[in-house]
Design a protein. Structure first.
Lengths: 103, 503
């Protein structure tokens, strides 16, 4: 686990990957707090974890198929009602193709 | 009927036997909430007309002869659980509705079109939801200060936090506003505020209670549970909440025993495991003293002390603060300003990418932003194995350590938090100090176990009496043993009922 320096540039990169705008003041605070937290979690490096199987979930999870029966669904107008912007029955978003896609 | 002093069980019995009506109970409850809530900020929304109409429905159901385990019991719901408008029947416009904010600007005006299964089960059992309670934004925090509604204040000392993230629910129960409330617990968010407010808080086994309609924070850890003034009330609510739900793929298809009927039966020759780490550095002496009193009380009731070892207690925190933010960064990707929630205004030439970044940048608060970015960091190419896989290996070891401990004991008894409630603002600018509040609770989530906080008396700090709880942990799906041990502790301590004087 490499020690990590949270530069301003790296914070901007993380913000972009996270799809978040970050102000200069927020960036400065994040450099300090993320660095403190990551330094703390790096204590895990001291443990001998050779041969330990990673555990993602503790539940009694198995793949399960639902019955192939149509069930009740939410009415479309209920979903339209919570959308920030609609165009007829479509969700309206800014241009996606061309220059609109960003990243 | 004085509602504040009544337990959920007493209220349900009174309403069932028609010595009181749900309408009377809810009306008195709403009056009390109106009077007290401004001092503690436990509720973010109070349902007046809607709760009264729901109470009328309960009275009508009682009149028809329905047998309702929570008849007329006022309940508060943490505001990360959805309440839709369609509670009675499709097309029926009555019901609760209202917003589900997660104490976040991004969902400030979000009105869910559906209802959480946990809430639905309470309603079907005759409970009346009287309002939504405050929390740390998206349940990320240990103090209920990271909320767009401002901090919840501890009823025992309004200059202190209620704990978190289910601080609103804990404070509402502690102040006697409701006998029952729901919380959610990803790393201690039911058990730690229960300790700080002097109430009982149950985090059930992972998979016991459906999370359908709970805003997801860290899906491999999240669990809904009840908070109440007594073990009996929490057990009563738990019976209603548990059970398989096809709408949640992690919901366990397990039978739900009648736990509350068994509470009076002590666990024979109860083996009490107390981890050495419960007395570790950073634990305040008052907390250790409360733990000792609890263990002594349980020994007096026939329990046998066994020392157990949970060597990764500190490392559990480190693993948790990798796994939980990693999952959060993925879960919170759904808030994109497109389908629901806040959408930012765009400038000329700005497109979809800016829509995402600005909506989320404006919508999320400081702690949520920090966790999303921490999660993005630990999952990013080149770091994934070093952080996330390592944390998952530690998670396996934490589970194995608990299994080993449970070979020697029936339940584990340890603190729920390293100290009593701390001052408002004290840890807000020190995220790591805030995270360390969870040192005794996160392991239970990593291992998917059930845990309950039981009040264990008061400590005096700066001239104020503050409650301290202890946590009882059981093997997975052994809620029965856990609750019976909790009831034994409650009886053995026989703490006089005290109500906070809220100033």
């Amino acid at each position: 686990m490499p020690g990590h320096e949270f530069s301003d540039e790296y914070i901007r990169k993380l913000a972009k990957l996270s799809r978040l705008t970050v102000t200069d003041a927020q960036s400065a605070e994040l450099r300090t707090s993320l660095s403190t937290i990551v330094t703390y979690v790096e204590r895990l490096r001291r443990l001998d974890l050779d041969g330990v199987e990673p555990l993602a979930n503790v539940g009694e999870l198995t793949n399960r198929l639902d019955d192939d029966q149509p069930g009740p669904t939410l009415p479309p107008e209920a979903l339209r009602g919570i959308a920030p912007e609609m165009h007829d029955q479509f969700l309206k978003v800014p241009k996606v193709l061309g220059d609109g896609g960003g990243a | 009927m004085k509602v504040a002093a009544r337990s959920a069980g007493e209220i349900a019995m009174a309403v069932r036997s028609r010595s009181a009506t749900a309408t009377q109970v809810v009306s008195l409850t709403l009056d009390r909430i109106e009077a007290v809530n401004p001092a503690i900020n436990a509720f973010v929304d109070i349902f007046k007309a809607r709760a009264m109409s729901a109470a009328e429905d309960v009275d009508a159901r009682i009149a028809k002869g329905e047998n309702l385990p929570l008849a007329g019991v006022p309940v508060a719901l943490k505001d990360n659980m959805c309440l839709g408008p369609d509670l009675h029947a499709p097309g029926d416009t009555r019901g609760y509705g209202g917003r589900t904010t997660c104490a976040s600007r991004i969902l400030e005006n979000y009105r869910s079109p559906f209802t959480a299964t946990a809430a639905q089960r309470l309603i079907e059992a005759g409970a009346v939801i009287v309002g939504k309670t405050n929390l740390d934004e998206f349940a990320m925090g240990s103090s209920t200060e990271w909320s767009i509604f401002g901090p919840t204040r501890n009823p025992w000392d309004t200059e202190r936090v209620a704990g978190g993230s289910s601080g609103g629910s804990a404070a509402a129960v502690a102040a006697g506003l409701v006998p029952l409330a729901l919380g959610s617990d990803t790393g201690g968010s039911i058990r730690q505020p229960a300790s700080h407010c002097g109430v009982v808080g149950v985090k059930p086994t992972y998979g016991r209670v459906s999370r359908y309609g709970l805003a997801a924070f860290a899906s491999s850890l999240d669990q809904i549970g009840p908070m109440g003034a007594t073990v009996a009330d929490a057990a009563l609510a738990l019976e209603v909440l548990c059970g398989h739900d096809p709408l949640d793929s992690t919901s366990a298809p397990r039978a739900v025993p009648a736990w509350s009927a068994e509470l009076g039966r002590p666990v024979e020759a109860l083996r009490l495991g107390v981890p050495k780490q419960a007395r570790g550095a950073g634990v305040q002496p008052e907390v250790t003293a409360a733990l000792d009193r609890a263990v002594e009380a349980l020994r007096g009731a026939g329990g046998k002390f066994v020392e157990v070892d949970l060597p990764l207690t500190d490392e559990g925190i480190a693993a948790y603060y990798i796994i939980a933010p990693a999952e959060a960064s993925s879960n919170l990707a759904r808030f994109d300003g497109v389908r629901y929630g806040r959408r930012a205004a765009l400038g000329p030439g700005e497109g979809l990418f800016e829509l995402y970044c600005k909506s989320r940048g404006e919508g999320f608060g400081d702690e949520v932003r920090r966790r999303i970015m921490l999660g993005t960091h630990v999952l990013s190419a080149g770091y994934h194995d070093a952080y996330y896989t390592t944390a998952q290996k530690v998670r396996r070891r934490v589970l194995d350590d608990f299994s080993r401990a449970f070979a020697a004991c029936d339940v584990i008894v340890m603190p729920a938090a390293p100290g009593p409630a701390f001052g408002i603002g004290e840890k807000l600018n020190d995220p790591l100090a805030m995270y360390l509040e969870d040192v005794f609770t996160v392991g239970v989530n990593l291992a998917g176990l059930p845990g309950v906080t039981v009040p264990a008396g008061f400590v005096s700090e700066a001239g104020r009496d503050l409650p301290v709880g202890v946590q009882i942990i059981a093997p997975a799906f052994e809620e029965g043993v856990m609750l019976r041990a909790a009831a034994m502790l409650e009886r053995a301590l026989a703490l006089p009922r005290r109500n906070p004087v809220i100033s």
